[in-house]
Design a protein around this ligand. Structure first.
Ligand SMILES: [Zn+2]
Length: 111
């Protein structure tokens, strides 16, 4: 069994990836046939955590990474990235839009 998102191999009997909760597929070829893309990337940790929570609530399997970026003339910073299956991208973008709308609504309240 293989995870289409992490591409890791699991023993028979497993049905779900323990890392990203994707449904496992039977063969490596099938797993490799499912493309993975970057869903979001940025330096905003609050937004990053907010997106992870939203993806969890929507049951969209995802993987994330943190990289330290050394930027000249500036303090080093963490860059965050989230990857999801391309088949989930449409659903994911809907979530992004809703978050942005919620942000705008909050801004209006403040004004
Ligand atoms: Zn996985």
């Amino acid at each position: 069994m293989f995870c289409p998102l992490c591409k890791s191999e699991y023993r028979a009997g497993f049905t779900e990836c323990s890392d990203c909760h994707s449904k496992l597929v039977a063969t490596e070829a099938e797993a490799n046939g499912q493309q993975v893309g970057t869903f979001w990337k940025g330096y905003d940790k609050t937004r990053f955590e907010c997106l992870l929570t939203a993806l969890q609530h929507a049951n969209i399997p995802h993987r994330f990474a943190e990289h330290v970026k050394y930027r000249p003339q500036s303090h080093s910073d963490y860059e965050y990235g989230i990857r999801i299956l391309l088949s989930d991208v449409e659903h994911g973008e809907e979530i992004l839009r809703k978050l942005e709308e919620a942000d705008k609504a909050e801004d209006l309240d403040v004004d």
